[in-house]
Design a protein around this ligand. Structure first.
Ligand code: EPZ
Length: 420
């Protein structure tokens, strides 16, 4: 099993071009199923989750090739609507293919995606919403068999109990070719929803209101292919900025989505980092020791503080002057990285959804096992700030969401070598 050997304790200095967004590319790759032509996706990140999505496309008879961060997808030869359980379990967000297949064929057979690293990942809101769109959903031996009555979903007025990103995406994917109008109230407002809708509009879909809580979709008979550039990854951006905040130094992010990163940048600025932005560049300078932010860091749906940036910011704040308080409101079990940070010398107490981080003067190298994607990234941030050498294993978690992570760290002047 591969691991990263990290030499920490050095200030970072360098420049990195931000990769394409994992959480935008996955629903857009699924959405390509809806088009009867060829879709060319630029700035597509080379990630294990993206390759898992392409395996699902292939199993449905769709052609998908990658080269130089460009994916070419041709769904004209689609010949299936059933995703095997082993492919569903490879990636939690495989459930997004349910809406895409319903939108294209009116039927699909999937399984419940895995759910342990962040707590249970129920899909009750996904299923309740598509049932309201005239889709018959039944459990058949652990498989979820969906069939739209009369072969095509019907537009409906829906209200989500929670602004779930995945449920919003699934409804959009089913609604763009449904019969009539669909209104989604309490829709997720994440930037990746807007990116998905931007792609679908280029394929001919009629969608408005994305980015706000109310999205309106008028179903079309069918969609055509297009060329589209995927947005930058705001969470990878938050991760690299947290590395520099933890280790100290100054870095530049290019190809960054500054506005979409505002909720994170606002909190990072409160720690005393100097942040300058212009166009698609973010300059970060961390000279003196960070200060604990004055207010509790509450993870919330966008435009609140992003849950995916909680772990990496925590790793930086383990060295801050003062006490930082986190409140994780999105997932039940998203502090699994805390034990590894404590092993490196951090002072963290977790009580349910609250984590209290008392700043320490220094961290020391240790061996740790990545627990999940962002938790693994947090361990890497802390290892770069720690004095001495750290060893992070199970780095397949990190490879799910970060493109060529050791090259990215080297670009920032850090040292992380992959071994095993
Ligand atoms: C997406 O997950 C992202 N994944 C997550 O990023 C991100 O943390 C999350 O949105 C929140 O922003 C992708 O986009 C591929 P949700 P998703 O549905 O869609 C509960 C990362 O690190 N819920 O908004 O699964 C759910 O359990 C990943 O890149 C239900 O109860 O998130 C969670 O507690 C991690 N029933 C909360 O809602 C449902 O039917 C938010 O989940 C659906 C969700």
């Amino acid at each position: 099993m591969q691991k990263l050997i990290v030499e920490g304790g050095k200030r970072l200095r360098g420049e990195i071009r931000l990769q394409g967004s994992k959480n935008s590319s996955l629903p857009i790759i699924a959405a390509a199923l809806l088009s009867r032509g060829e879709c060319v996706l630029r700035n597509c990140p080379e990630l294990s989750d993206v390759y898992a999505a392409s395996r699902i496309l292939n199993c449905l008879g769709t052609k998908c090739s990658f080269s130089e961060n460009t994916a070419v997808i041709d769904s004209s030869s689609l010949n299936g609507s059933e995703i095997p359980e082993e492919l569903m379990r490879e990636m939690r967000s495989s459930i997004i293919f349910m809406g895409a297949m319903l939108g294209r064929t009116g039927e699909c057979t999937v399984s419940v995606p895995g759910g342990c690293e962040l707590g249970p990942r129920p899909i009750d809101m996904h299923l309740a919403a598509i049932r309201k769109m005239g889709v018959d959903v039944r459990d058949s031996g652990g498989r979820i068999v969906c069939r739209a009555l009369n072969g095509r979903a019907k537009g409906a007025k829906l209200s989500l109990a929670f602004p779930s990103v995945g449920a919003t995406e699934n409804v959009i994917l089913c609604a763009v070719t449904a019969e009539g109008e669909t209104v989604i109230n309490n829709a997720a407002r994440e930037p990746e929803i807007c990116d998905l809708c931007g792609f679908l509009r280029k394929c001919g879909a009629d969608i408005s209101g994305d980015g706000e809580s109310r999205i309106i979709i008028n179903g079309k008979q069918q969609l055509h292919g297009c060329e589209y550039t995927i947005m930058p990854d705001r969470i990878a951006g938050a991760t690299y900025l947290s590395m520099a905040a933890a280790a100290g130094g100054e870095i530049i992010l290019t190809n960054a989505c500054v506005q979409e990163m505002e909720p994170f940048l606002t909190v990072l600025e409160q720690t005393g980092c100097s942040i300058y932005t212009n166009s698609d560049r973010i300059y970060l300078r961390c000279g003196a020791r960070l200060k604990a932010p004055p207010d509790r860091i509450r993870t919330m749906p966008h435009p609140g503080f992003p849950t995916d940036a909680q772990a990496v910011l925590m790793s930086a704040l383990t060295l801050a002057e003062g006490t930082s308080v986190f409140e994780e409101n999105i997932f039940d079990c998203r502090y699994r990285h805390a034990d590894a940070l404590v092993k490196m010398g951090a002072d963290i107490q977790v009580m349910g959804k609250i984590a209290v981080v008392r700043g320490v003067q220094r961290l020391h190298g240790a061996s740790a096992e990545a627990t999940d994607l962002r938790g693994g990234a947090a361990m890497l941030c802390a290892a770069l700030a720690a004095e001495g050498v750290s060893e992070i294993s199970r780095i397949y978690h990190i490879d799910r969401g970060y493109e060529k992570i050791e090259e990215a760290v080297a670009g920032l002047g850090g040292k992380a070598v992959r071994s095993g």
